[in-house]
Design a protein around this ligand. Structure first.
Ligand SMILES: [Zn+2]
Length: 239
């Protein structure tokens, strides 16, 4: 009998440990960014974390011209979900970008209720992160598109009006006309597991979203942005 009780206790303890392991990260309180090292050590100990504050006056010029060609102009169906951290759009067949000769495929894009990266400490109203991966090396490259309040964006209407459903999208509709001017540096995922060696390309030209679209997004997520991290010995390149 004693043995039975002990076993039951062990099983119960085991279940309790599993429950906390599977708890989701959040943006405030005991699951907030200062506790993310409990989900992944890298979030607390990494020295090349994202996001960061970009100081345009302190950027270095690119020592070689990155060949960033965006080929996102594909019409595809995409699933729109609320994944508990953001509104995420997963195209069935995304476009690609070419970075210095390597092709990265678009895996998904999602939004943050305020921009995660700041420019001279300015936080934009919204940001879209287009997450790409080189299928061979598995390396990630994220294109960040800032949004400021202005004209309505039809793509956002399509996304926000169909959370939980499927839409037709052309990811190109998320990009400003000028995709040639950007900041580049090497950072991390901005959510656990905070994995490093992520290539970040932050487009300098913002897109616009209407006030009501920004408010509509923030009904889902008003503060799903990680605080800015130390730059440490990294350089931010600008062209
Ligand atoms: Zn993101």
């Amino acid at each position: 009998m004693k043995l039975f009780v002990s076993l039951a206790t062990i099983i119960l303890l085991g279940a309790a440990v599993n429950a906390s392991e599977h708890q989701e990260f959040g943006y405030s309180g005991h699951n907030g960014p200062t506790h993310w090292d409990e989900f992944s050590k890298t979030c607390g100990t990494g020295h090349a974390q994202s996001p960061i504050n970009i100081v345009p006056g302190k950027t270095v010029s690119m020592n070689h011209q990155y060949d960033v060609s965006l080929h996102e102009d594909v019409h595809t169906t995409a699933k729109v979900i609320d994944n508990g951290h953001s509104i995420k759009v997963t195209p069935k067949m995304g476009g690609t970008i070419t970075l210095h000769g390597e092709t990265f495929k678009l895996l998904q894009f999602h939004f943050h209720g305020k921009s995660e990266h700041t420019v001279n400490n300015k936080r934009y109203d919204l940001v879209a992160h287009l997450v790409h991966q080189n299928p061979e090396t598995k390396q990630l490259a994220v294109i960040a598109v800032f949004f400021e309040e202005g004209k309505n964006n039809p793509m956002l209407d399509n996304v926000l009006g169909n959370v939980g459903g499927e839409i037709r999208v052309d990811p190109q509709d998320l990009l400003p006309n000028d995709t040639v001017d950007y900041y580049h540096y090497v950072g991390s995922l901005t959510t656990p597991p905070c994995s490093e060696n992520v290539q970040w390309y932050l487009l300098k030209t913002p897109m616009t979203a209407s006030k009501s679209q920004i408010e509509e997004f923030r009904k889902y997520y008003a503060d799903n942005e990680r605080p800015v991290q130390e730059l440490n010995d990294r350089a931010v390149e600008s062209n």
